[in-house]
Write a protein that binds this ligand. Structure first.
Ligand SMILES: *Cc1c(COP(=O)(O)O)cnc(C)c1O
Length: 361
């Protein structure tokens, strides 16, 4: 009898592990494991979602013109070169599906986002992991790994879970060094947390093989809505639109994102609270011997003596109702990734880790 068999590579996909949100037996938990906005979405986005309910019998826009023009206006971009997806994850998936297949290689870095190898395999391509240097993306290491089979390079900047970033000059050197038929995807999921950073939009304008992706899931607090977008040359956007389903985004998601990106005052509040609290959090943890790199994101990567101590601290934090993220799966066994919460959450984290370190020395 012939067997039903999936396409090659599908069974090699390891299922994505999301951040935990419950602890057995602990009621009052604070989830700091998925880099969500502790203040929630903009009140204007919530209102827009409510208002959208009465028209749910209508199909949504297929061209996302309203949202694209809101994004373009906010960032001074060309709306025709924007594509919207079900989270930036879907935009990343379009890129892999359209530009990589069996026999092709997709490069991502050692501590890079775990969706990259998943997405490469979904397309039938081979993910190739290259090292970073001291928790930073290294352009020379990436360039040395490029072969004739390399079709896509994924770089998160600022990085997750490292929280570090590389300069625009380095990104430019990377874009310049790649062969013309190899795409550079700059994942800017955390770009809004860096003052004055354009996420790589300027490079997209200068290089025809660079794509920038952005999301509404982080600073805009809309992870549950699933909206992201990409910006690239019109030839690339045209290709990606061919693998996009016409109604990929719901009318509710579109209206929420549009309201969120127009609420600049709320955005500034979230950015400044994040910047203030992440400095405080990392300084307080440094005082008790837990170091972290200067963060360019809405989380810090707290480093411990070794994996045993990191795991013990994670266990202790759970007993205190604090859920953070273990990152051994990202080649960072000694570290815990801690989302910058609101002030109360940060105070609880500092108190708990201080108590843990006190009891541990
Ligand atoms: C959170 C995150 C995303 C965003 O994913 P969405 O699908 O937009 O929710 C993309 N890349 C990285 C590195 C992230 O951390």
């Amino acid at each position: 009898m012939t067997q039903i068999t999936p396409q090659p590579g599908i069974m090699d996909i390891a299922l994505y592990q999301g951040g935990q949100s419950h602890v057995a037996g602990v009621a009052d938990v604070i989830k700091l494991s998925s880099n969500e906005n502790p203040f929630g979405p903009s009140p204007k986005a919530i209102e827009a979602v409510r208002d959208s309910a009465a028209a749910l019998h209508r199909y949504p826009s297929t061209d996302h013109a309203g949202l694209r023009s809101a994004i373009a206006g906010r960032h001074d971009l060309d709306a025709d070169r924007i594509i919207c997806g079900v989270g930036s994850d879907e935009v990343l998936q379009f890129v892999a599906q359209a530009y990589a297949g069996p026999g092709d290689q997709v490069i991502y870095t050692e501590h890079g986002f775990s969706m990259y190898p998943i997405i490469a395999r979904m397309a039938g391509a081979t993910p190739v992991m290259v090292p970073e240097r001291d928790r930073r993306v290294d352009v020379d290491i990436i360039l040395a790994a490029v072969t004739e089979q390399t079709k896509i390079v994924f770089v998160t900047n600022p990085g997750n879970p490292t929280s570090t970033m590389i300069s625009e000059g380095e990104l430019e050197r990377l874009a310049q060094g790649l062969p013309g038929d190899c795409l550079l995807v700059l994942d800017g999921a955390y770009a809004e947390f860096v003052e004055g950073f354009d996420g790589g939009a300027g490079l997209v304008d200068r290089f025809s093989n660079v794509i920038m992706t952005r999301t509404f899931s982080k600073v805009f607090g809309l992870g549950g809505m699933r909206v992201g977008w990409g910006y690239a040359a019109s030839e690339i956007i045209d290709v990606l639109n061919r693998v996009r389903q016409p109604f990929n985004l719901s009318s509710t998601a579109l209206t929420a994102a549009e309201a969120a990106i127009q609420d600049e005052e709320y955005l500034r509040f979230c950015q400044s609270e994040n910047a203030r609290l992440r400095t405080w959090l990392s300084e307080e943890l440094a005082k008790v011997g837990v170091a972290s790199d200067a963060s360019c994101t809405n989380f810090i990567l707290a480093r411990f003596a070794d994996q045993t101590e990191a795991e013990a601290c994670d266990d202790y934090l759970k007993t205190q109702g604090l859920i953070v993220r273990k990152v051994a799966g990202y080649n960072l066994p000694n570290a815990l990734r801690i989302t910058v919460g609101d002030e109360e959450a940060c105070r609880r984290v500092v108190a708990a880790i201080t108590a843990f370190k006190g009891g541990n020395t």
